[in-house]
Each structure stands twice: as structure tokens, then as C-alpha cells.
Design a binder for this molecule. Structure first.
Ligand code: HEC
Ligand code: HEC
Length: 399
């Protein structure tokens, strides 16, 4: 089956927010765009363009593969938004043979890795759907050595430059690993094996946009780049044939040159988060319900740093979200049941494909899947009457 169908006056401050503050996104971003509009356009062109196999007449765009999942960033993050269909779903794993992701496609002459079989359950009325059944078929390089799999959908990529600029010290202040304040919510940072603090990806397993984008180029598209220069991407030593193919070498002896990489990175850093909207009276009711039910304990309405205030509705921390959202794969320092609070700014309610594997068809379902540390908030949401629930959801669409 095909995948899925489908702001503000100042937030009232409540005592349970662990960190609060106000500067519109645009104040921070527009001046930068005004300074370098051509670089912004050039970076966007790299985000949008389709890469091809090497050798090709368009040398600056070749080097795709040998293994890959898509030909462009835009294929998975259309217009910088969340993935729209099953081609934007990626399987993470940590396997000696297959590497860190399953790639669905290969350049000619290279053995494919596997087919991804997704079984989306039929709708069961108003209840959330059971999670998608995921399996790999036709494993061409033999059985997996580590069978834990984790299905991920491409998240939206706006406002990330601001999240990257939050100082570590501020994130550490938000963390409450032992739940010292007794609110039932014990967010913790994803401390990676090398000691660095992770903040990007559904499990906060990437430290910076430099790392995240280098990884996307290498693992999703098989493109060697300044962060991960290997032209063979995710082909492991145990996939010898895959490492033998001719690859594109552009400037700097890389498939993605330093200059192209810098343009792409600076473009992604500047994709603005949507501006804050003025709330109607009805939406302010929804805002209060959002705060009263405890959503803001993780989806922080404000973070203040360096004299500015942003409204990302995340704490960038990992939370135990209970067994129904868990899978078996550990990533960085995150266990299978731990997920990073996703930012809620710019949520488009009509989009669907919410949560890490896109299982929720709408915002209501996304909320009903919350468990673990978010149990109390979910229950409080379920105790609201229908009108109140829809007010809260209307508020979410204005973030
Ligand atoms: C095959 C689909 C696919 C392609 C192609 C792809 N991405 Fe992604 N992207 C994802 C998925 C899935 C995630 C979530 C990964 C995770 O959970 O760690 C992600 C995460 C990200 C994030 C982190 C977002 C956040 O909120 O933490 C950024 C930034 C990003 N991608 C940028 C890019 C760029 C730039 C490109 C092109 C070089 C690209 N992606 C190509 C699927 C894709
Ligand atoms: C304990 C922390 C916590 C609390 C409390 C919490 N959330 Fe979340 N929320 C998360 C995490 C973590 C995820 C990602 C889970 C996943 O993808 O498996 C999430 C996901 C979401 C999503 C989907 C976002 C996306 O991009 O797909 C929405 C919408 C959402 N939460 C709304 C709410 C609302 C509304 C409330 C209050 C009723 C709430 N949350 C309470 C941590 C929390």
C-alpha cells in the first residue's frame, strides 16, 4: 500500500516550562538572505538538483551511487518539507555487511541490497493505526548480521540554523535526566560515543548540520563530500564489488566539491522557520490547552539564548516515548524507545506522515501515539472534549 494520505502572540508563561523567552525568526534570517541572495539561490539549486551516474557530460552533477535512495535532497524533503511518500522513508540499521542504511537503488552493474516491504495497516476508525510492518526481502548480500531496523521518514528542514546556534550550555540546562523537578518528564541529551552532543535527526544522533548533510550526501545519494569523502558511500568492506565501480571526481577530488558543499550547508542553515502568527481568540484557547495538558514540557514554546528568542516547540532532548513507538535500534547514545522531541514550528496539519516513521495520518493520531514520559499529556488530551481537542489541534497548525 502506498504511504499515508494525506503562531503567535507570546505564549503565556507557565511555571513548568524549564526555559522561556521572544525574536522572530525573520529578524535573524532576512538580513542574511539580503546579503547573499545569489548564494542562497545557488545552494537551493544544489538541494533541488538530480544527481546522475558518472561519467556524465554534466560533470558537476555526477557521482550518484553506487548505492543510493534518491537522486536529490528535494526528492525526500520536497520544498524543504516532510517526506510526502514511501520514497522518503529510509531504513536505518547497524550491520557489518549492509552498513548504516539500506539503499534501495544501485548504479547499473552493482547488486542491489534489498527490497523494503512495508505493510500499512488499513484504517481502524478513529483509533491510531498499528505501526507499519517492515521487512527486508531479497537480501542480496546474505542475511543481516544485526537484525535491528528503524524506519524513518524525512523530517522538514526549516529553522535548523537557529537550532544549531543554540549553545550547548542552554540545552544542558533544559535536560532533566533524573526528573529532579518531578514532572514525570526526564529529557536527556544524546551524548554520542565521542562525547559530543547530538541534536539533529529523529534520535538527535547528528551533532551538526555539517555532519547531517555530509551523511545525507554519502548515505542517501552515494556522493563523496568534504565530511565523508569516500565515493562509495555506504558500501562496506564486505560489499567488495560495490566498491569497485568508476565514480565521479569533480573539483577537490570529491564528487561534491568543497564549494558546492558550503553552498548547500549555508542554504539549509538559512531556510527560515515560518514567522509567528497572531492568534485568534479560539486559537488562544488551544494554546492554553496545549500548555495545560503538558505538551510544552517537551515541545518548549520558547528558547532564549544570546539575546534572542525562538519558538521551535522542541527541547532537542531524548525522551522515552514508550513501547508502542519503540524499535530495537540503538543510535548514538539513544535507545530504541528514545526519540528527540521534534520541533513543531511550521507543522502543516494537512500533510500527514507524522512521527518518526510517518505512521500518523493526522495530528490527532500523532498525539494518541504518545506514551512513556508523554503518557500524562496524552491522557490529559484524551480527557478533553471534542471541541477542546480540535481547538488544541487548530493551535498546532499556527505554530
Ligand atoms: C532518501 C531520503 C532522503 C534524502 C535523499 C535526503 N534526506 Fe535528509 N533526512 C532523511 C531522513 C529519513 C532523515 C531523518 C534521519 C534520522 O532520523 O536520523 C533526514 C534528516 C535530515 C536533516 C535533519 C533534520 C532535523 O530536524 O534534525 C537534515 C538537515 C537533512 N536531512 C538534510 C538533507 C539534505 C541537505 C539532503 C541532500 C544532500 C538530504 N537531507 C537528503 C531522508 C533523506
Ligand atoms: C515527554 C515529551 C513529550 C510530551 C509531553 C509531548 N510530546 Fe509530542 N512528541 C515528543 C516526541 C519525542 C515525539 C516524536 C516521537 C516519534 O516520532 O516517535 C513527538 C511527536 C509529536 C508530534 C509529531 C511531530 C512530527 O513532526 O511528526 C506532534 C504533532 C506532537 N508531538 C504534539 C504533541 C502534543 C499536542 C502534546 C500534548 C498533548 C505532546 N506532543 C506532548 C515528545 C513529547
Amino acid at each position: 500500500m502506498s504511504l499515508l494520505k494525506d503562531q503567535t502572540a507570546l505564549i503565556t508563561l507557565r511555571p513548568f516550562f524549564r526555559f522561556l523567552l521572544p525574536a522572530s525568526f525573520f529578524l535573524a534570517v532576512i538580513p542574511v538572505l539580503a546579503q547573499h541572495p545569489l548564494d542562497f539561490a545557488a545552494g537551493k539549486a544544489i538541494f533541488d538538483k538530480n544527481w546522475v551516474f558518472a561519467p556524465a557530460s554534466t560533470g558537476a552533477s555526477d557521482g550518484l551511487g553506487p548505492l543510493f535512495n534518491a537522486r536529490s535532497c528535494n526528492a525526500c524533503h520536497p520544498d524543504g518539507d516532510r517526506g510526502a511518500n514511501s520514497s522518503a522513508l529510509v531504513v536505518h540499521l547497524n550491520d557489518r555487511v549492509y552498513g548504516q542504511q539500506i539503499q534501495k537503488f544501485t548504479r547499473p552493474g552493482v547488486q542491489a541490497e534489498a527490497m523494503i516491504d512495508l505493510n500499512w495497516p488499513e484504517s481502524v476508525g478513529a483509533k491510531p493505526l498499528p505501526p507499519v510492518a517492515l521487512s527486508l526481502i531479497d537480501l542480496e548480500y546474505g542475511p543481516l548480521t544485526s537484525p535491528a531496523l528503524s524506519l524513518r521518514i524525512a523530517p522538514p528542514v526549516h529553522g535548523l540554523g537557529l537550532l544549531e546556534s543554540i549553545p550547548e550550555s542552554v540545552i544542558l540546562l533544559l535536560a532533566d535526566a533524573e526528573d529532579a523537578d518531578g514532572d514525570g518528564i526526564s529529557g536527556r541529551v544524546n551524548r554520542l560515543p565521542d562525547g559530543k552532543l547530538g541534536r539533529f535527526g529523529w534520535k538527535a544522533s547528528q551533532v551538526s548540520l555539517f555532519d547531517q548533510i555530509g551523511r545525507a550526501l554519502s548515505l542517501d545519494m552515494g556522493l563523496g563530500n568534504p565530511h565523508l569523502p569516500d565515493p562509495y558511500g555506504d558500501c562496506t568492506l564486505l560489499q567488495a564489488n560495490c566498491r569497485k565501480t568508476t565514480e565521479g571526481n569533480n573539483a577537490d577530488n570529491l564528487e561534491v566539491s568543497q564549494k558546492a558543499f558550503d553552498l548547500l550547508l549555508s542554504y539549509v542553515r538559512k531556510i527560515p522557520a515560518p514567522p509567528q502568527a497572531n492568534l485568534t481568540a479560539g486559537e488562544r484557547v488551544g494554546q492554553n490547552l496545549f500548555l495545560d495538558t503538558g505538551c510544552g514540557g517537551c515541545h518548549l514554546p520558547k528558547i532564549e539564548f544570546d539575546g534572542q528568542e525562538i519558538h521551535p516547540y522542541t527541547d532537542l532532548l531524548l525522551h522515552d516515548m514508550g513501547p508502542r513507538l519503540a524499535d530495537e535500534l540503538e543510535e548514538g547514545g539513544a535507545a530504541g524507545n528514545e526519540w528527540r522531541t521534534p520541533p513543531l514550528w511550521g507543522l502543516k496539519p494537512s500533510h500527514g506522515n507524522f512521527l518518526h516513521d510517518g505512521r500518523a495520518r493526522n495530528l490527532r493520531e500523532a498525539i494518541l501515539w504518545h506514551g512513556g514520559e508523554a503518557n500524562a499529556a496524552r491522557q490529559a488530551f484524551q480527557e478533553l472534549n471534542e471541541k477542546e481537542q480540535s481547538d488544541l489541534i487548530d493551535f498546532l497548525s499556527r505554530l
